[in-house]
Design a binder for this molecule. Structure first.
Ligand code: PA5
Length: 406
């Protein structure tokens, strides 16, 4: 059963749990140049969102960069992707963290089957065992059974914490710790937001309630699409995590805001036209960052052929900020309501705050919309068809029906 236990995770996570994750991460870091995180949906997006947000933009090319590199598998079934991945891991020392709450999801199961065999061929059964960590249901599912049979180190996803609400368990924390980031600060940030979210039931004083109610009010006024906007490429996967959280939680019973995202100013040169002038069914939520970590100034150029000398002395962040402000004013003028969420900077603490903020607002928003924000019945339709088309036992009747339509 999926419930509300995720609400208390920031307080329930104790030092012992963080220590165990830290030790496991240190072990994998010591023996791996690459760690492959196998999972799909809520079982990988939170980790990737945080790791990408905190990493050097070009970490994979950095000389003497911090090992290990975290790669991902089992979030698609593309054979080229997985063949390329096998090629890369075969040239390096590697380990695998396999994450599946149900333990039966097709995509990660296939990827893990391949990687497990590869590890066993390379390091032997016992060597492979030392390089595999399984994160799954405490009791049930194929992955739990396999982990017990093989003797893998495991972490349990609490039964009443759903996949997309599980970043603050080992699902997110272990990969983030492996990548070298401070999971204690992440949890602290989440805890701080938990307190903020409980400070008042007045929507004008409580940011979580304010966001949940504002987006629902906009939805009811005909704004059916919410675009999460950022001005920092490292937040791209944070937006992917947000889309999955809101899309799977709210899109049901023929209702729900469609969650989309853009990265500005890049997408001002693609989606900018549509947003400024297209159908007025959208609103934007800007994920604004007050300060960047690194300062870089616009240089002087004697020829000034590009006419950019008026920017000399200004920092790139200042230019980016004015682009943000200018775009906000233009879009509001063009009939696109804008909500602004500002964090002081991108670090573990504020990402922890944001994760808890969005999770809690999502659940409240789902209740306002009168849908169950914790299930995802619609995801089964494609799976059933795929199983039938692939000839899985028990799906013969559906296979017949589908074939008659093709
Ligand atoms: O949020 C969810 O529940 C889903 O996105 C799941 O995380 C996703 O389908 C993966 O499921 P599992 O962890 O059971 O493999």
């Amino acid at each position: 059963m999926v419930g509300l236990a995720w609400l208390d995770l920031p307080e329930d996570i104790d030092e012992g749990y963080l220590k165990e994750i830290g030790e496991t991460a240190r072990h994998l870091r010591a023996i791996s140049e690459v760690v492959v995180v196998v999972g799909i949906g809520g079982s990988y997006l939170g980790a990737k969102a945080v790791i990408d947000a905190l990493s050097h933009h070009f970490s994979q090319l950095k000389i003497n960069g911090q090992a290990p590199t975290v790669l991902y598998a089992g979030h698609n079934i593309c054979s080229d992707y997985h063949a390329d991945l096998l090629e890369i891991v075969n040239e390096r020392e590697y380990s695998v963290v396999v994450i599946s709450k149900s333990g039966t999801t097709t995509e990660p199961a296939i990827a893990f089957r391949m990687l497990k065999q590869n590890l066993e061929e390379r390091y032997g059964k016992s060597g492979a065992k030392d390089r595999i960590i399984a994160i799954t249901d405490p009791k049930s599912g194929a992955l739990r059974k396999m982990a017990e049979n093989e003797g893998y180190k495991t972490f349990a996803i609490p039964a009443d914490v759903g996949g997309r609400y599980s970043v603050l368990t080992a699902v997110g924390l272990l990969p983030i710790a492996i990548a070298g980031f401070d999971i204690g600060q992440l949890v602290k940030g989440a805890k701080a937001m938990k307190e903020i979210s409980e400070n008042s039931t007045n929507i004008h004083e409580n940011v979580v309630l304010m966001y949940a109610t504002a987006r629902n009010a906009l939805y009811r006024s005909g704004k059916k699409i919410e675009i999460l906007v950022n001005y920092h490429p490292r937040l791209q996967y944070f937006a992917e995590w947000w889309k999955q959280l809101y899309g799977e939680s709210e899109g049901k019973d023929k209702k729900g805001i469609f969650p989309a995202s853009v990265g500005f100013t890049t997408d001002l040169h693609s989606m900018g036209q549509w947003i400024q002038d297209g159908e007025r069914s959208i609103f934007e939520t800007i994920l604004s960052v007050k300060n960047t970590q690194k300062r870089i100034d616009i240089p002087y150029d004697g020829d000034n052929l590009d006419k950019m000398n008026y920017l000399v002395g200004k920092s790139l962040q200042e230019v980016n900020k004015q682009a943000e402000l200018g775009t906000l004013l233009a879009h509001v003028e063009g009939g696109v309501p804008n909500l602004i969420l500002e964090i002081p900077q991108i670090n573990e603490f504020y990402l922890g705050q944001l994760i808890y903020f969005f999770e809690k607002a999502c659940a409240i928003s789902g209740y306002i919309l009168e849908v169950n924000p914790f299930d995802q019945p619609g995801v089964e339709a494609y799976k059933n068809n795929m199983f039938a088309l692939l000839g899985k036992e028990g799906y013969e009747k559906l296979a017949q029906e589908l074939k008659s339509k093709l």
